[in-house]
Design a protein around this ligand. Structure first.
Ligand code: PLP
Length: 360
């Protein structure tokens, strides 16, 4: 069986270093925030081309705290792609803001910049773009619109560590980049973790307080914050893995090339465009008979995933909240399938997947 992912195998290369630093951690006596968190924040800001980074407890919290820092008036509209993962929409709802869905471009699965302007109203105050699957959004037209309409820009970079657009890293374009280090991500922790990358020192200081009950100084609270601090143990693991992140991405890009060169044209896939440096968090294809294809692959020893089976506006919890028709999101959600592409896979694994899928 070729697994979709094997987290133990994908992390095995790092086990020895993890163990050594875990020993140091338990004898350090520093179990909340501290130097290990600061070290990772510095390293990740540098990696991403940002001046600051704030470690938080998860990707959802990274989005929520970014919105909290912007202090948008209750009821303000926030634009967001209709095919994103539900967490992006939850962060908007968490702040009593109104999510306004924008359909994606079917050739990239990213928010379609030509469909943004028609959805902007007087109440629109921000946009959360999502670099979905590790493919960047088309940033130039988005940045122009943000400037024209004075919109705050949050990048949901939960799936886009190391992703680039015109050679600039995702998460360094907007007011904030919100990262998740959920274990399956290209830079995955051994538990929940997240971070916000940014260039504005005021937002940075504010988010540092917000993640710590709204407090800069112990027992003095300036904001009504939350407890969402990056766990120093996860920061230690992340610092170790960050040194190899480009190697992990190169490995996945190499596996993607095997798919790109050899998959039959029946399977719709993304065209490679040199403007985008895809980090291949996910390798999505589309097929009209997706469910049958998934079953066929499973029977023949290949595990796949669906990201995602149901569009946000179809979710039970979003009835009465996300109204309207989103046919492109529906089309993507009913035809998309994620093929194995992980640090644990070898070229031989992917060649085997290609051989099997091409016989469907
Ligand atoms: C696009 C997107 N945004 C946000 C999140 C939330 O991240 P977390 O699971 O770390 O809360 C995820 C998680 O997978 C995601 O894929």
């Amino acid at each position: 069986m070729i697994p979709y992912e094997n987290l133990k195998l994908s992390n095995q290369e790092f086990f020895n270093e993890y163990k050594v630093q875990f020993e140091e951690f338990i004898s350090s006596g520093q179990y909340i925030l501290g130097t290990k968190v600061e070290k990772f924040e510095e390293e990740f800001a540098k990696y991403n081309g940002n001046s600051h980074c704030v470690g938080v407890a998860s990707g959802l919290d990274a989005l929520t705290l970014s919105l909290m820092a912007l202090e948008l008036e209750e009821g303000s509209e926030v634009l967001v792609p209709s095919n994103t993962y539900i967490a992006t929409i939850l962060s908007i709802r968490n702040q009593n803001l109104v999510p306004v869905l924008i359909e994606p471009d079917l050739s990239t699965y990213q928010i379609d910049p030509t469909k943004i302007e028609e959805r902007i109203t007087k109440k629109t105050k921000a946009i959360i773009i999502v670099h979905l699957y590790g493919h960047a959004c088309d940033m130039n037209p988005i940045l122009s619109l943000c400037k024209k309409y004075d919109l705050k820009l949050i990048e949901d970079t939960a799936q886009a560590h190391g992703t680039k657009y015109n050679n600039q890293k995702a998460g360094s374009f907007g007011d904030m980049g919100a990262f998740s280090f959920y274990p399956t991500k290209n830079l995955g922790a051994l538990g929940d973790a997240g971070a916000i990358t940014l260039n504005n020192i005021n937002y940075c200081n504010k988010i540092k307080a917000l993640r710590n009950y709204g407090s800069h100084k112990k027992y003095y609270n300036d904001f009504t914050g939350v407890n969402s601090r990056l766990d120093p143990l996860q920061a230690i693991f992340l610092s170790i893995k960050l040194k190899k992140l480009d190697q992990i991405i190169d490995h996945k890009r190499n596996l993607a090339t095997i798919y790109n060169k050899n998959l039959n044209s029946d399977f719709i896939r993304l065209e490679e465009d040199p403007k985008y440096h895809h980090s291949y968090h996910i390798y999505p294809i589309r097929h009209e008979k997706r469910d049958q294809l998934k079953e066929y692959l499973e029977k023949n020893g290949v595990k796949t995933e669906i990201h995602y089976p149901l569009a946000p506006h179809r979710q039970k919890c979003m009835q009465g909240i996300l109204e309207g028709e989103y046919p492109i999101a529906d089309k993507i959600h009913s035809t998309i399938l994620s093929l194995p592409i992980s640090y644990c896979h070898t070229e031989t694994d992917i060649e085997e997947v290609v051989k099997i899928i091409n016989k469907f």
